[in-house]
Structure formats: C-alpha cells, structure tokens
Design a protein around this ligand. Structure first.
Ligand code: BEZ
Length: 207
C-alpha cells in the first residue's frame, strides 16, 4: 500500500555500501531523505547521486542523513560509485542500499508497474526525527530531481514543525511566512509580533 504523510516510515534491515544497517537505528533521531534511483550505471542517476553527495554540509547543518536505494546489488553500487566520483567530482558520502530482492522497494511502493515492472521510479521520502513521513515525491526515470528543492522543503518542514507557521508559494529561507489559521490574532501578536494581514486569513510575519 502507498505510504502517506504522517505514516511511520517502514523499518528494514539492508546491505549497503557502508555495511549492513537497520534503518531506524541508523537514522536514530535525525531527519532522513530516503530516495530511490532506477538503476546503476545510468546517466541521470549518476548526476543525482553526485549532486546529493555535494550537499553533505547542507544536510549535516540540518541534521539530515541521506540514503539511496536501487534494485541492483551492493557489489554493483561499489563499481558505479567510482564512476560517480570520476564524472561528478565528488565521493559518494552516504549509503546506497542494495535491494535486488526489492524488499525496500516493496515496503515503500517504489515500483510502479505501469511505468516499469522491475525498476523503481524516482521516489523521495523525507522522514522526521519521530520516524514519520513528512514528504513524498515521485518522479519518472527520465526526469532528474531537484535536490535544492528537497533542501528547501526540509527548511520549510523544520521551520513549521515546532511553530504554527506555514510557508507560502516559492518561499525561501529568510522570506516572510504565514501564520497558521488556527492561531488567533491575539496569539499571533504574542508569538510573532506585528503581522501584515491583507486578508483576515492571510497573515504574514517575518520569523
Ligand atoms: C537514468 O538514470 O538515466 C535512467 C535510468 C533508468 C531509465 C531511464 C534513465
């Protein structure tokens, strides 16, 4: 069954390029980005994994761990990682799960048979410190994902997790944010100071 926002991220044990791990233990109380790529030694995936490796400092600053999965073996991954380093100019600094028996792909519904009966689509799951799924994305094999957007979403998720705020269209860190409709005007003033209110239900504050 499809995984929905708020569901607990399924736990699994897996063989990876960084050794065997149990997902929830490996993740512990960090955030995690679990993302699938359809196949090793393919061009789009090569660029995605290289770019994700380059974001390590950004992920670390946000307490986020990245982990990739494909239905190829860890032995294949080890060979391919050399190509990624050579062509993308960075070492892969996160684990890649070998999933030839499709255990993880099945748990996370990453194979969409009408797209491809054996390979995964490009799924992304952002998982919070509470192990709950906070964001899902699904892209086709032919379209590389925008990992800057994934970072931007994590910034929004982290900002809004603890405070009754929401982020507007095309928000970026530093931009004004929206006060949740559940917060009264008095509470909003108390918590966030003065706000702009072009409509009673549209209240902006600078966090
Ligand atoms: C790619 O990563 O380039 C790719 C993988 C599977 C199908 C199509 C493209």
């Amino acid at each position: 069954m499809a995984i929905r926002l708020g569901d607990e991220a399924p736990n699994f044990t897996a063989n990876t390029t960084e050794g065997d791990l149990t997902f929830h233990d490996w993740k512990a109380d960090s955030w995690a980005v679990l993302f699938s790529h359809p196949k090793d030694y393919t061009p789009v995936c090569t660029t995605e994994l290289g770019y994700t490796a380059k974001l390590k400092e950004e992920f670390d600053a946000r307490n986020v761990k990245a982990i990739a999965v494909s239905v190829d073996t860890v032995e294949d991954h080890h060979g391919w990682v050399g190509d990624i380093e050579q062509t993308q100019g960075t070492a892969v600094n996160f684990p890649i799960i070998g999933d030839p028996d499709r255990t993880v792909a099945g748990l996370y519904d990453m194979i969409h048979p009408n797209a491809d009966s054996t390979l995964t689509v490009r799924s992304v799951f952002v998982i919070g410190p509470d192990n709950k799924v906070k964001l899902t994305l699904t892209y086709p094999a032919s379209t590389g994902r925008n990992f800057d957007e994934i970072l931007r979403v994590i910034d929004s998720l982290q900002l809004t997790a603890e405070r009754q705020l929401a982020t507007p269209v095309n928000w970026n860190p530093g931009d004004k944010v929206i006060v949740s409709p559940a917060v009264s005007d008095d509470e909003a003033r108390e918590r966030f100071g003065d706000f702009e209110a072009p409509k009673p239900y549209l209240r902006y504050v600078h966090p």
